[in-house]
Design a protein around this ligand. Structure first.
Ligand SMILES: [Zn+2]
Length: 249
């Protein structure tokens, strides 16, 4: 049997004027190679100066390293909705991106607002998962704020990025326990909380993510340290993400 793929479901390319960060292709490739990560799902930072240009850069990165990167669209829904829809559609249909981000803190989006709903509706229409930043940045980043959208769009898979980021992990677990279409991406979570989410929500709804290149070795080590059964490890390290994002090689 072929070795299961290891997939980092949360990474960013380029610079971020909101969080003061920069992630380069070289940083990402090196951390992937050093830590046995086969593929990474890459999105712009919320503080990208021009989201569309970063979407283009991500598409170029995917083309340059086939099978090693997949794109995820991230743009503010606060402007013209037709323009938002056009760019989201371009990303999914023309650039083959695999999801859309709702950035609660970086773009200042309340998941319960009209603009928040527009992101969920767009992802639903385009048939891709929506990833939502949770954790730092309450109240917008509270995991429970995604429950209404999960119920309104039962066919939409919603990934709670950072699964509440340690402090709100219990709330992310509760949200996932009441909505079967909520998934947990665990970057910045406590190791034992990851074990708890896997055992209570199940490996089919938990996925590894790192967020930053320097955090890739940390997140991989966290999962390795849990001594999970091999089939469970393979699911959370890549199998679940492969299915949810419909990744194709
Ligand atoms: Zn992030």
């Amino acid at each position: 049997m072929a070795k299961a793929k290891v997939i980092d479901t949360h990474a960013h390319l380029g610079e971020c004027c909101v969080f003061g960060l920069l992630s380069t292709e070289e940083d990402m490739m090196r951390r992937m190679d050093e830590n046995g990560v086969d593929a990474t799902i890459v999105q712009p930072y919320p503080g990208a100066k021009e989201a569309a240009k970063t979407h283009d850069a991500i598409a170029e990165l995917c083309a340059k390293h086939p099978g090693r990167f997949f794109g995820l669209a991230s743009l503010s829904p606060h402007g013209d909705h037709d323009a938002y829809r056009r760019e989201a559609e371009r990303c999914i249909k023309d650039l083959n991106f695999v999801g859309i981000k709702l950035h609660t803190i970086g773009h200042g989006v309340n998941p319960l607002s009209d603009d928040g709903d527009f992101v969920f509706a767009t992802a639903h229409d385009l048939g891709v998962p929506a990833m939502v930043h949770t954790g730092a940045g309450v109240p917008f980043a509270l995991p429970a704020l995604c429950i209404p959208a999960a119920k309104k769009y039962p066919g939409l898979n919603i990934i709670l990025a950072h699964a509440g980021m340690a402090v709100f992990t219990a709330e992310a677990q509760v949200a996932a326990s009441v909505c079967g279409n909520l998934y947990l991406e665990t970057s910045w979570c406590i190791g034992e909380d990851i074990r708890w989410m896997i055992s209570t929500i199940g490996p089919d709804r938990v996925m590894m993510g790192a967020d930053l290149p320097s955090n890739v070795p940390v997140e991989v080590a966290k999962y390795r340290s849990l001594d999970l059964a091999p089939e469970v490890y393979d699911r959370v390290m890549g199998g679940t993400a492969l299915e949810i994002f419909k990744l194709k090689w």
